[in-house]
Design a protein around this ligand. Structure first.
Ligand SMILES: Cc1cc2nc3c(=O)[nH]c(=O)nc-3n(C[C@H](O)[C@H](O)[C@H](O)COP(=O)(O)O)c2cc1C
Length: 210
Protein backbone atom coordinates (compact mmCIF):
# COMPACT_ATOMS: atom_id res chain seq x y z
CA UNK A 1 0.00 0.00 0.00
CA UNK A 2 1.26 3.47 -0.88
CA UNK A 3 1.84 5.62 2.14
CA UNK A 4 2.14 9.41 2.23
CA UNK A 5 3.26 11.46 5.23
CA UNK A 6 2.37 15.17 5.17
CA UNK A 7 4.35 17.41 7.50
CA UNK A 8 2.59 20.69 8.13
CA UNK A 9 4.76 23.42 9.60
CA UNK A 10 2.73 26.58 9.06
CA UNK A 11 1.80 28.55 12.19
CA UNK A 12 -1.68 28.58 10.70
CA UNK A 13 -2.03 24.78 10.36
CA UNK A 14 -4.50 23.93 7.56
CA UNK A 15 -5.03 27.63 6.74
CA UNK A 16 -1.38 28.28 5.84
CA UNK A 17 -0.50 28.97 2.23
CA UNK A 18 2.12 26.20 2.32
CA UNK A 19 -0.43 23.81 3.85
CA UNK A 20 -2.97 24.63 1.15
CA UNK A 21 -0.52 23.96 -1.69
CA UNK A 22 0.63 20.76 -0.01
CA UNK A 23 -3.03 19.85 0.53
CA UNK A 24 -3.78 20.35 -3.19
CA UNK A 25 -0.96 17.96 -4.01
CA UNK A 26 -2.15 15.43 -1.44
CA UNK A 27 -5.70 15.61 -2.86
CA UNK A 28 -4.31 14.82 -6.34
CA UNK A 29 -2.19 12.00 -4.89
CA UNK A 30 -5.25 10.55 -3.12
CA UNK A 31 -7.22 10.44 -6.34
CA UNK A 32 -4.33 8.59 -8.01
CA UNK A 33 -3.90 6.27 -5.01
CA UNK A 34 -7.42 5.62 -3.69
CA UNK A 35 -6.16 2.72 -1.56
CA UNK A 36 -3.17 4.72 -0.27
CA UNK A 37 -2.77 5.93 3.29
CA UNK A 38 -2.25 9.59 4.20
CA UNK A 39 -0.94 10.66 7.60
CA UNK A 40 -0.88 14.35 8.47
CA UNK A 41 1.52 15.50 11.19
CA UNK A 42 0.80 19.10 12.11
CA UNK A 43 3.88 20.44 13.88
CA UNK A 44 2.12 23.70 14.81
CA UNK A 45 -0.73 22.13 16.76
CA UNK A 46 1.34 19.17 17.96
CA UNK A 47 4.92 20.47 18.23
CA UNK A 48 7.96 18.35 18.95
CA UNK A 49 9.90 19.83 21.90
CA UNK A 50 13.24 21.55 21.40
CA UNK A 51 16.20 19.26 21.64
CA UNK A 52 17.85 19.70 25.04
CA UNK A 53 20.94 18.14 26.61
CA UNK A 54 18.65 15.81 28.56
CA UNK A 55 16.80 14.69 25.46
CA UNK A 56 19.98 14.24 23.44
CA UNK A 57 21.48 12.31 26.37
CA UNK A 58 18.53 9.91 26.13
CA UNK A 59 19.41 9.22 22.48
CA UNK A 60 22.99 8.41 23.49
CA UNK A 61 22.20 6.23 26.52
CA UNK A 62 22.60 2.49 26.03
CA UNK A 63 19.13 0.88 25.74
CA UNK A 64 19.50 -1.24 28.90
CA UNK A 65 20.81 1.75 30.90
CA UNK A 66 18.01 4.20 30.04
CA UNK A 67 16.03 5.76 32.84
CA UNK A 68 12.24 5.79 32.55
CA UNK A 69 12.35 9.45 31.47
CA UNK A 70 15.03 8.69 28.86
CA UNK A 71 13.03 5.75 27.52
CA UNK A 72 10.02 8.03 27.12
CA UNK A 73 12.08 10.49 25.05
CA UNK A 74 13.49 7.70 22.88
CA UNK A 75 10.03 6.22 22.36
CA UNK A 76 8.73 9.59 21.16
CA UNK A 77 11.60 9.86 18.70
CA UNK A 78 11.16 6.22 17.61
CA UNK A 79 7.47 6.87 16.88
CA UNK A 80 8.33 9.85 14.64
CA UNK A 81 10.97 7.80 12.84
CA UNK A 82 8.65 4.79 12.37
CA UNK A 83 6.00 7.06 10.88
CA UNK A 84 8.58 8.49 8.46
CA UNK A 85 10.06 5.09 7.66
CA UNK A 86 6.66 3.72 6.68
CA UNK A 87 6.03 6.54 4.20
CA UNK A 88 7.18 6.24 0.60
CA UNK A 89 6.07 9.80 -0.23
CA UNK A 90 6.80 12.75 2.07
CA UNK A 91 5.13 16.11 1.61
CA UNK A 92 6.44 19.12 3.52
CA UNK A 93 4.76 22.52 3.72
CA UNK A 94 7.62 24.96 4.21
CA UNK A 95 6.84 28.61 4.92
CA UNK A 96 9.78 30.99 5.34
CA UNK A 97 9.74 32.59 8.79
CA UNK A 98 12.36 35.20 9.61
CA UNK A 99 14.72 33.96 6.92
CA UNK A 100 14.66 30.36 8.03
CA UNK A 101 12.60 27.23 8.38
CA UNK A 102 9.84 27.13 11.02
CA UNK A 103 11.45 26.24 14.34
CA UNK A 104 8.93 23.39 14.65
CA UNK A 105 10.48 21.71 11.61
CA UNK A 106 13.97 22.16 13.08
CA UNK A 107 12.82 20.52 16.33
CA UNK A 108 11.27 17.65 14.34
CA UNK A 109 14.48 17.16 12.34
CA UNK A 110 16.48 17.21 15.61
CA UNK A 111 14.38 14.27 16.82
CA UNK A 112 14.66 12.13 13.72
CA UNK A 113 18.44 12.48 13.29
CA UNK A 114 19.52 9.41 15.29
CA UNK A 115 22.91 7.77 14.92
CA UNK A 116 22.54 4.10 14.06
CA UNK A 117 18.82 4.55 13.39
CA UNK A 118 18.41 7.07 10.56
CA UNK A 119 22.09 7.58 9.68
CA UNK A 120 25.43 6.01 10.39
CA UNK A 121 29.04 6.90 9.77
CA UNK A 122 31.13 4.56 7.66
CA UNK A 123 34.72 4.76 6.39
CA UNK A 124 33.28 6.67 3.43
CA UNK A 125 31.38 9.23 5.53
CA UNK A 126 27.74 9.53 6.55
CA UNK A 127 25.16 7.14 5.16
CA UNK A 128 21.44 7.86 5.40
CA UNK A 129 19.32 4.88 6.38
CA UNK A 130 15.86 6.01 5.19
CA UNK A 131 16.00 4.92 1.59
CA UNK A 132 13.61 4.68 -1.34
CA UNK A 133 11.50 7.74 -0.59
CA UNK A 134 10.40 10.75 -2.61
CA UNK A 135 9.85 14.12 -0.95
CA UNK A 136 7.92 17.13 -2.24
CA UNK A 137 8.51 20.45 -0.49
CA UNK A 138 6.00 23.29 -0.89
CA UNK A 139 7.97 26.44 -0.10
CA UNK A 140 6.00 29.67 0.33
CA UNK A 141 7.53 33.07 0.95
CA UNK A 142 6.42 36.66 1.29
CA UNK A 143 9.43 37.84 -0.74
CA UNK A 144 11.49 36.52 -3.65
CA UNK A 145 14.44 34.44 -2.48
CA UNK A 146 14.80 31.28 -4.58
CA UNK A 147 18.22 31.11 -6.20
CA UNK A 148 19.66 33.86 -3.98
CA UNK A 149 21.89 33.61 -0.88
CA UNK A 150 18.85 34.51 1.24
CA UNK A 151 17.27 31.17 0.43
CA UNK A 152 18.92 29.19 3.21
CA UNK A 153 15.88 26.92 3.45
CA UNK A 154 16.36 24.97 0.24
CA UNK A 155 19.95 23.87 0.93
CA UNK A 156 19.21 23.12 4.58
CA UNK A 157 16.14 20.97 3.94
CA UNK A 158 17.75 19.21 0.96
CA UNK A 159 20.97 18.51 2.90
CA UNK A 160 19.15 17.30 5.99
CA UNK A 161 16.87 14.94 4.06
CA UNK A 162 19.86 13.60 2.12
CA UNK A 163 21.71 13.02 5.41
CA UNK A 164 18.98 10.62 6.54
CA UNK A 165 18.84 8.96 3.12
CA UNK A 166 16.02 10.86 1.39
CA UNK A 167 17.81 12.14 -1.69
CA UNK A 168 14.94 12.44 -4.17
CA UNK A 169 13.53 15.83 -3.20
CA UNK A 170 11.50 18.22 -5.37
CA UNK A 171 10.83 21.82 -4.35
CA UNK A 172 7.76 23.72 -5.52
CA UNK A 173 7.94 27.44 -4.79
CA UNK A 174 5.30 30.12 -4.40
CA UNK A 175 7.11 33.39 -3.78
CA UNK A 176 6.32 37.05 -3.47
CA UNK A 177 3.07 36.26 -1.66
CA UNK A 178 3.30 39.56 0.26
CA UNK A 179 4.12 41.59 -2.84
CA UNK A 180 0.63 42.47 -3.98
CA UNK A 181 -2.37 40.60 -5.28
CA UNK A 182 -1.10 40.21 -8.82
CA UNK A 183 2.21 38.65 -7.80
CA UNK A 184 0.51 36.46 -5.18
CA UNK A 185 -2.14 35.16 -7.56
CA UNK A 186 0.33 34.42 -10.32
CA UNK A 187 2.75 32.66 -7.92
CA UNK A 188 -0.05 30.48 -6.56
CA UNK A 189 -1.36 29.78 -10.06
CA UNK A 190 2.15 28.74 -11.18
CA UNK A 191 2.49 26.43 -8.21
CA UNK A 192 -0.94 24.96 -9.01
CA UNK A 193 0.19 24.25 -12.58
CA UNK A 194 3.31 22.58 -11.25
CA UNK A 195 1.25 20.43 -8.89
CA UNK A 196 -0.96 19.24 -11.76
CA UNK A 197 2.13 18.48 -13.86
CA UNK A 198 3.66 16.44 -11.03
CA UNK A 199 0.40 14.56 -10.53
CA UNK A 200 0.27 13.87 -14.27
CA UNK A 201 3.86 12.56 -14.10
CA UNK A 202 2.95 10.25 -11.23
CA UNK A 203 -0.08 8.96 -13.14
CA UNK A 204 1.89 8.40 -16.34
CA UNK A 205 5.58 7.98 -15.56
CA UNK A 206 7.94 8.79 -18.44
CA UNK A 207 9.16 5.65 -20.25
CA UNK A 208 12.66 4.48 -19.30
CA UNK A 209 15.35 5.60 -21.74
CA UNK A 210 16.69 2.73 -23.87
C1 LIG B 1 6.33 35.26 11.50
C2 LIG B 1 6.53 35.41 10.00
C3 LIG B 1 7.79 35.63 9.52
C4 LIG B 1 7.98 35.75 8.14
N1 LIG B 1 9.24 35.93 7.66
C5 LIG B 1 9.44 35.99 6.31
C6 LIG B 1 10.77 36.11 5.76
O1 LIG B 1 11.76 36.14 6.46
N2 LIG B 1 10.89 36.18 4.42
C7 LIG B 1 9.81 36.11 3.57
O2 LIG B 1 9.99 36.15 2.37
N3 LIG B 1 8.55 35.98 4.07
C8 LIG B 1 8.35 35.91 5.39
N4 LIG B 1 7.07 35.75 5.90
C9 LIG B 1 5.97 35.55 4.95
C10 LIG B 1 5.68 34.05 4.80
O3 LIG B 1 6.81 33.35 4.33
C11 LIG B 1 4.55 33.82 3.80
O4 LIG B 1 3.40 34.51 4.22
C12 LIG B 1 4.25 32.32 3.68
O5 LIG B 1 3.34 32.11 2.65
C13 LIG B 1 3.67 31.80 4.98
O6 LIG B 1 3.30 30.46 4.79
P1 LIG B 1 2.11 29.85 5.65
O7 LIG B 1 0.88 30.66 5.29
O8 LIG B 1 2.03 28.44 5.15
O9 LIG B 1 2.47 29.99 7.08
C14 LIG B 1 6.87 35.66 7.25
C15 LIG B 1 5.60 35.43 7.79
C16 LIG B 1 5.42 35.30 9.15
C17 LIG B 1 4.03 35.03 9.68
Amino acid sequence: MKNLLQLQTSLFSNEGQSSRLAGDFVAAWRSLNPAGRVTVRDLASDPVPHLTAERFGAFLAKPDARTVAQQRVVSESDALIDELRQADTIVIGLPMYNFGVPSTLKAYFDHIARAGVTFRYTGKGAEGLLKGKKAYVFATRGGLHAGTPLDTQTAYVRDFLRFVGIDDVQFIYAEGLAMGEKQRDSALARAGTEIRAIAHGIAEPAPMAA
